[in-house]
Ligand binder design. Structure first.
Ligand SMILES: Cc1cc2nc3c(=O)[nH]c(=O)nc-3n(C[C@H](O)[C@H](O)[C@H](O)COP(=O)(O)OP(=O)(O)OC[C@H]3O[C@@H](n4cnc5c(N)ncnc54)[C@H](O)[C@@H]3O)c2cc1C
Length: 560
């Protein structure tokens, strides 16, 4: 049997019953109907579990290899990419105008969860491409779209995101890469980028880099950054890859995890400058890049959910097989499987409850993206608030979940051959990339709470309270009140003191919102009531601790 069985039934319940995605306009009279959801998810599940999941462990062992500037991906990856692409999976969420399938984000999210759970190293390639497509669609010229969009949507070519430089990680104001305008309107791009995911690979015959750089007279800081499209091969007049551009991969990183995802050092412009095309206007690059990043941030949160589910399934399977000890309440001497021990049950339920709360949160956020795309401004304010929470809370929880997965395996969890250790190693990148979780807390605090004096956050909580009238418990309602209290306190603090406790503020929001969503799910699926009860008893209490940290913790964060 495959090492990963996608939770299709849970996904369908969430999408159809809890969220009701069939109320979206995509279901209004076209080819898409409620039955199609089952068909799409069923087909993705088959491919993810039968063909992609078995490559996860071998991919970790093989890794990606750099040979003379070319990256050879792990065995089977290239072949799977071709199958994935030819079956149309890359095109799922994108606009039909350029060959996309135009499915709602929320449905695409469920599909994406399967690729990420089956094989996170593989799933990163489409994840980065998705951000690049969004940026091009939103800000590219008609000509750029005509040349690149269809191929990137179909997956014939892939896109990358080139932000980071050695001195410019979280602080993109420090970007030094240069771009000089040429007489023909193109730019010569030069500089070094580091940690570029799938910056080089063998899946496709072209790679389209989205590069942040500065023009010579650009203002200092983030106001002077522009976004350039820099293809590995410059397309000829027929749109086919032709002249090799002046860029190369000079190294790939040896990493704690995601060994099969090539993390590349990219050198642009060794021989006079790589030819690049400006996207949108000069000096507005960071704004455009945020189009890519916001989407990618939700997807990274989803990766946290996905790898948690994979670790849970693995741990459950092991716990049902491994026999140790006798049942505590039966002194027969018969050895029992470890899933009969209460502490192991507790760990398994913790893994499951955190995973399911994260899934409900990520899918709701994706649904609000769908609504916001229809012009719903309230939904957009929910997306803005939930994006840093989904990114940070779901990925921090994935570290706990994958660690519990190792713990349930005992000593076998610490040795590599079971695979439990790989999930733990792979998950560790999630709180770091796409804006560290510290940066997410700053985002929630500064942009989403302080900027409008807490208005949208208080509005969001008010809406959750109104909804909770249908299914809330006292402890969940108390949690919502604690968010209100903590928000008011955060607003009263100066920004430096607030930034000492904003991570706890984010955690508080995550724990409470997770509780509400599990209660909501249980309304539609009574089998989930025990998960919600467990969460309320064992996990929600962490929210109160974070409230206390927000209220009392700022001053004690001083010098180290
Ligand atoms: C495997 C991998 C894949 C990646 N893929 C890509 C990619 O495809 N494209 C790309 O452009 N980049 C990519 N990155 C880069 C990644 O986004 C950065 O590593 C990340 O943004 C953090 O930057 P940094 O490593 O320089 O850490 P730093 O910015 O040096 O941060 C170090 C620590 O300081 C904290 N910190 C920094 N500034 C602040 C602040 N103002 N307030 C509070 N805390 C702060 C951070 O939270 C962190 O804990 C990847 C990285 C890795 C490891």
């Amino acid at each position: 049997m495959s090492p990963y069985q996608p939770p299709v039934k849970d996904m369908i319940t969430l999408l159809k019953d809890v969220i009701d995605i069939t109320s979206l306009p995509q279901f209004d009279g076209g080819d898409l109907d409620a039955d199609m959801i089952d068909i799409i998810l069923g087909e993705a599940a088959r491919l993810a579990s039968e063909e992609l999941a078995p490559l996860n462990y071998s991919g970790d062992q093989d890794g990606a290899v750099l040979e003379d500037g070319d990256v050879r991906t792990a065995k089977g990856f290239k072949e799977f990419y071709t199958t994935y692409r030819q079956n149309g999976w890359n095109a799922v969420p994108f606009t039909p105008e350029y060959g996309g399938q135009g499915l709602p984000w929320s449905l695409a999210f469920a599909v994406q969860e399967m690729w990420q759970a089956a094989n996170m190293s593989f799933g990163l390639c489409p994840l980065l491409n998705q951000g690049a497509v969004d940026a091009l669609e939103a800000h590219g010229s008609d000509e750029q779209k005509a040349i690149y969009l269809e191929k990137m949507i179909s997956g014939e070519w892939t896109g990358t995101m080139n932000l980071t430089e050695p001195q410019a990680g979280s602080d993109l104001a420090q970007i030094k890469s240069k771009a000089e305008k040429q007489d023909d309107g193109t730019y010569k791009v030069s500089g070094q980028k580091i940690y570029i995911t799938y910056g080089e690979h063998d899946f496709t015959d072209n790679i389209i880099h989205f590069v942040l750089a500065r023009t010579p007279d650009a203002p200092e800081g983030v106001r002077g950054i522009s976004l350039f499209l820099v293809p590995k091969f410059i397309p000829d007049e027929n749109g086919n890859p032709a002249q090799r551009n002046d860029l190369k991969c000079t190294g790939i990183e040896h990493k704690l995890g995601i060994h099969a995802s090539p993390t590349c050092t990219m050198q642009f412009g060794d021989e006079g400058g790589a030819t690049g095309w400006l996207i949108g206007n000069e000096n507005e690059g960071l704004k455009y890049m945020f189009t890519m990043m916001n989407n990618a941030r939700l997807s990274v949160g989803l990766q946290g959910v996905a790898i948690s589910d994979r670790a849970y399934q693995h741990a459950l399977g092991y716990a049902q097989e491994r026999k140790q000890g006798t049942a505590i309440d039966q002194k027969t001497g018969e050895r029992v499987s470890i899933d009969r021990h209460m502490d192991v049950k507790r760990m398994l339920m913790t893994m499951r409850a955190l995973t399911e709360a994260g899934r409900a949160m990520a899918y709701h956020a994706a649904y609000y993206v769908d609504q916001a795309n229809e012009g719903d401004t309230k939904a957009q304010s929910y997306v803005d608030i939930l994006t840093p929470i989904v990114k940070s809370w779901c990925t921090d929880r994935s570290l706990e979940v994958t660690s519990l997965g190792v713990q349930i395996h005992g000593g076998m969890g610490f040795v590599e051959e079971t695979g439990a250790a790989q999930y733990y190693r792979d998950a560790r990148i999630l709180p770091i990339y796409e804006g560290t979780n510290g940066i997410q807390a700053l985002d929630l605090h500064g942009r989403k709470v302080l900027r409008d004096g807490g208005e949208s956050m208080m509005g969001f909580i008010k809406d959750l309270k109104a909804e909770a009238a249908h299914y809330g418990t006292d402890s969940y309602l108390k949690g919502l009140e604690e968010i209100e209290t903590a928000t008011a306190h955060l607003l009263s603090l100066d920004v430096k003191s607030g930034s000492a406790v904003n991570k706890s503020y984010l955690e508080l929001c995550g724990y409470v919102i997770g509780a509400g969503l599990l209660l909501k799910v249980a309304q539609h699926d009574e089998e989930k009531q025990n998960i919600a009860d467990f969460y309320i008893a064992h996990i929600l209490p962490f929210a109160a601790a974070h409230t206390q940290i927000v209220l009392r913790g700022a001053e004690s964060v001083s010098g180290v």
